[in-house]
Write a protein that binds this ligand. Structure first.
Ligand SMILES: *[C@@H]1O[C@H](CO)[C@@H](O)[C@H](O)[C@H]1NC(C)=O
Ligand SMILES: *[C@@H]1O[C@H](CO)[C@@H](O)[C@H](O)[C@H]1NC(C)=O
Ligand SMILES: *[C@@H]1O[C@H](CO)[C@@H](O)[C@H](O)[C@H]1NC(C)=O
Length: 350
């Protein structure tokens, strides 16, 4: 292994060790889109990005449609269980001065992106800026309960999981009828995304965030909603190349921020290859189908699983649940890999 790589490996291990050491008492704040949402959009009356109806949640506790965009658990649910904590509740389900705020909050919202204009045809969703503003509100509410010093300590110790950017492609740049895709080349669009993300992460740091895990994008060119645009039903290579460029730039941004912001420990969690491997070698993971979804969705209109949609027979045999989102079974595989990449090299908890 070359020296620079070795140093990087040790550095990553040290971060994992640090993250692990606070897992026992981990307060977590989650930001993101439909891949991590646990029900905020249920509280947005006019939002079209919702999943509070069957068959969503058919394999969740009591078969309940909670606003998770899958048949069962999200990757975040599975990671929370591994950390021994309940999944943080949706911000909009809590009262402004709820004691639950002290235990961690989920701000994720289906349809949300880095850019404000992303997902605008869903009418209502919490953009990443909205989510950060709500975290600021949370911080002020916590300060009202335990004072500034304890609040600063809580925010510094907490873990922040961020997974955002998919919608900036799927529900913005890749939509031919929206202005961003016409107005910008991909290089210009990527520059806009990274500059915006830089400001947003800096703002989170100002609010006390230090231990931040940014979950990179998966191979969006291979999700059912994109495959149908290819005559052979194959992955869209250009989309996957753009995603790889985005991931590389975010990873570079993490390094820049770790150098620029005091005490910052940004970690880039790259699952692109793991997701691609699951799709390309589905059978080795016990899956049978990875090129279409279990729920027989209309990819032309919405791509979500509606109450009158037909489901596949064996949901654990499909990697995708609807045109965008993995099944519970796929999330289990991906969460196991993500968790061991982030934490496995650290000592066991006590
Ligand atoms: C996006 O919206 C937020 C409020 O939700 C606002 O503070 C911010 O300035 C907006 N950003 C841009 C670039 O318009
Ligand atoms: C947090 O909210 C307060 C009050 O609205 C505002 O003054 C402050 O600038 C915000 N801080 C950040 C980092 O967004
Ligand atoms: C998925 O792959 C299978 C096996 O390779 C093929 O028969 C089927 O037509 C593909 N389905 C779609 C929607 O591309």
């Amino acid at each position: 292994m070359p020296t620079s790589q070795k140093i990087w490996a040790i550095f990553t291990l040290a971060l994992a060790w640090e993250a692990w050491s606070c897992l026992g008492s981990a307060v977590t704040f989650v930001f993101g889109d439909s891949l991590t949402e646990v029900g905020n959009n249920n509280y947005l009356q006019y939002s079209l990005a919702r999943s509070d109806f069957p068959w969503y949640g058919v394999d969740y506790e009591n078969g309940k449609a909670t606003g998770r965009f899958t048949n069962g658990r999200t990757i975040g649910d599975i990671i929370s269980a591994k950390m021994g904590i309940p999944p943080p509740p949706p911000f909009l389900s809590l009262a402004p001065d709820d004691d639950a705020l002290l235990q961690g909050v989920n701000y994720a919202s289906g349809g949300a992106g880095i850019l404000n204009e992303t997902g605008l045809y869903f009418i209502q969703r919490l953009s990443f800026d909205d989510q950060i503003n709500y975290f600021n509100k949370t911080r002020q509410a916590i300060k009202g309960k335990i004072g500034e010093a304890a609040t600063a300590a809580l925010c510094n110790k907490a873990i922040y999981f961020i997974g955002i950017g998919s919608n900036d492609y799927v529900n913005n740049f890749l939509q031919p009828f929206l202005p961003d895709g016409q107005q910008y080349s991909h290089d210009e669009f990527l520059e806009l995304l990274i500059n915006t993300l830089d400001k947003q992460l800096t703002q989170l740091h100002m609010l006390g965030a230090r231990r931040i895990v940014f979950h990179g994008l998966g191979p969006l060119g291979c999700i059912p909603s994109q495959r149908v645009k290819s005559t052979m039903g194959s992955c869209l290579k250009k989309v996957n190349q753009w995603v790889l460029q985005f991931n590389a730039r975010v990873q570079k941004l993490m390094t820049t921020l770790n150098g620029r912001l005091p005490m910052a420990k940004f970690v880039f969690a790259d699952t692109y290859q793991d997701v691609l491997d699951l799709i390309e070698n589905a059978d080795t993971y016990g899956f049978k189908v990875s090129n279409s979804s279990c729920c027989n969705v209309d990819t032309e209109v919405g791509g979500l699983c509606l109450p009158n949609s037909k489901l596949c027979k064996n949901r654990h045999e499909f990697v995708f649940w609807d045109a965008f989102h993995p099944t519970d079974a796929a999330n289990q595989v991906l969460a196991d890999k993500l968790f061991s990449n982030l934490f496995a090299s650290a000592p066991a908890p006590h």
